[in-house]
Design a protein around this ligand. Sequence first.
Ligand SMILES: N[C@@H](CCC(=O)N[C@@H](CS)C(=O)NCC(=O)O)C(=O)O
Length: 238
Amino acid sequence: MIDFYFSPTPNGWKVAIALEEMGLEFTTQLMQLSKGDQFKPEFLAISPNAKMPAIVDHDPPSDYGRTPVPIFESGAILLYLAEKTTQFMPTGALARKELNEWLFWQVGNQGPMAGQLSHFVNYAPKDQAEYGRKRYFGEYDRNLGVLEQRLAGRDFILGDYSIADMLAFPWAFIAKPLTASLDEFPKVAAWRGRIKERPAVQRAINLFKDNQNRGQHTASNNSVMFNQSAASLKRGQE
Ligand SMILES: N[C@@H](CCC(=O)N[C@@H](CS)C(=O)NCC(=O)O)C(=O)O
């Protein structure tokens, strides 16, 4: 059994998609990020970066040498699950190198740039949003261009559907709410459509859908999420 620490956001969906696609049994621990669940000591022991998603695997492979195994960071979680189940990852040194490249591209580029764009589009005070919105819109757009070129002649990022697609899909899925259009990126649009129609993906993006932050918690009314510093980590332990 896997405990899945989750809130319905693009980063949360990545792991929900992998768990659903791999047919793994899990219990969802719904997190209230606006109330500071991410800073509770018991969660920081699992995810020291104070962010979800995270998992605790109570049935890890024996070579981990301990039970249970906690894992944080979506890229690390998807790699762990793919290795555990030997699903959705290529074999062979060259293909594994490419998998790593696209996993690191997602968690170091597309993900954070889209996350910042989301902040300036959805949550920043309107009178302070413009520079950040423009900067991260450009970066989000640039990353869509990178993906468009990669998908030339391929249905999925590595050719076959893999954890690289599961990581990159959620932030492309919400292009429209991020004020971006996929009209200039037809290969990304077709790839997005192929993934969106998968039953496992549908189940994942509908998980606790009613708990999405649809603008009710913003920088103007929620300092737990939008005014953090190192002190936030200590405050949760008080
Ligand atoms: N690099 C992390 C990013 C995770 C992340 O940013 N999670 C957000 C929600 S999408 C979060 O937990 N936010 C809580 C907060 O910022 O206090 C990953 O890929 O797992």
